[in-house]
Design a protein around this ligand. Structure first.
Ligand SMILES: Nc1ncnc2c1ncn2[C@@H]1O[C@H](COP(=O)(O)OP(=O)(O)OP(=O)(O)O)[C@@H](O)[C@H]1O
Length: 354
């Protein structure tokens, strides 16, 4: 059975459809990341699952049980807010114990479970401190302990790493992953950071204007984006437009060559189609390709940007399109103005649905 099941969930605020008939299934123990731009409905979905909002239509089931009639505290769900929402006047211990006290858990058990939760997030010894006496990373861990101490079946995390320094984010991300495995709870994390979502989650879902436009394992969504929005949102794919030929190839004037994807295009001859091509799948070599090349375009290097491990080159193709090419900096950067040939494997071309 799925842990969480959302069926046709809709929520409007006045004229705004924050969620527009959303279907989603989360498996037990899954780490799921919801990605989307500002205002796409990410927080609204979390608030509906937690019970802070009521859906206008649709169903929300947790382990088969209807969540909607239950008040927030009766749901086996916890939510960690982006701001952490710690009580400033309470100690770390009392912040973490809060949910247990409200649920009427006896004092001894409360002590034991708070100690367990603080050990889980490695905060032993800081029980008596107040939130203002902690670092940002420690405050984040108090918020995590407070969410986990009630042993939720599902933990909702709204931008859990957003308030941390860049340096802390990676380490804290690994910790989140380990906590998720240790507790066995399902995690649903909201983020607008695509790299973070892909690094942490078993599956990601991309929200666009209140609809989930694609759901799948990070590598699958990244390699095979379904729409222009997903392609652009996840790491800036190159988009190439062309016309389908009778033999299944795609004439692409802006690339100045024939595109031949490995998978069937699935459109009739003469139909327009757009293909996505990831910058790191493009190979760059100096010199000219033959004029009738397939999956090989000629162009001139317009810009080169060093980005540490990788360098990105912008190559203006003779057909007019500009392609982003990224490759390990260790391979050496091409010179600006150099004539180059770009090639890519057929399976790197993903046909977009729109
Ligand atoms: N209480 C509310 N009253 C009116 N409009 C709201 C309310 N909550 C959300 N909205 C609107 O619903 C839409 C979705 O908002 P939501 O907060 O879910 O987006 P989000 O994806 O979490 O965005 P962000 O990344 O900026 O937090 C937005 O257009 C927002 O302005």
């Amino acid at each position: 059975m799925s842990l969480l099941r959302a069926e046709g969930v809709a929520k409007r605020f006045g004229a705004t459809a924050a969620l527009d008939g959303l279907d989603l299934e989360i498996a037990p123990g899954e780490f799921f990341a919801l990605l989307g731009g500002s205002g796409s409905g990410k927080t609204t979905l979390l608030r509906l699952i937690a019970g802070f909002e009521t859906p206008d239509a649709g169903r929300l089931l947790l382990e088969g049980r209807d969540l909607v009639p239950l008040p927030p505290h009766a749901r086996p769900v916890a939510m960690m807010f982006q701001s952490y929402a710690l009580f400033p006047h309470l100690s770390v211990f009392d912040n973490v114990a809060y949910g247990l006290r409200r649920a009427g858990v006896p004092r001894e058990e409360r002590r034991r479970r708070v100690a367990e939760a603080l050990a889980l997030v490695r905060l032993e010894g800081l029980e008596r401190r107040r939130p203002h006496q902690l670092s940002g990373g420690q405050r984040q861990r108090v918020a995590l302990a407070r969410s986990l101490v009630v042993r939720p079946r599902l933990l909702l995390l709204d931008e859990p790493l957003a308030a941390l320094d860049a340096g802390l984010r990676e380490a804290t991300g690994f910790e989140l992953r380990a906590l998720q495995r240790a507790t066995g709870a399902g995690f649903v994390m909201v983020t607008h950071d695509q790299a973070e979502a892909m690094a942490l989650a078993d599956r990601i879902g991309v929200l666009e204007r209140g609809r989930l436009v694609q759901v799948g394992p990070p590598a699958a969504v990244y390699e095979r984006p379904a729409t222009r929005f997903v392609a652009a949102f996840l790491g800036g794919a190159n988009l190439l437009a062309g016309l389908v030929r009778a033999d299944g190839g795609v004439d692409c004037a802006e690339a100045g060559c024939l595109l031949r994807p490995a998978a069937p295009v699935g459109r009739p001859a003469g139909a327009p189609v757009t293909l996505a091509l990831r910058p790191e799948r493009v190979r760059l070599r100096s010199g000219e390709a033959p004029a009738d090349a397939v999956n090989a375009a000629r162009g001139t290097v317009a810009e080169v940007a060093f980005r540490g491990e990788l360098s990105t080159a912008l190559v203006r193709l003779d057909g007019g399109a500009t392609l982003r090419v990224s490759r390990p900096s260790a391979e050496g950067a091409p010179a600006r103005g150099a004539r180059v040939t770009l090639t890519w494997p057929a399976e790197a071309l993903a046909v977009l649905a729109d």
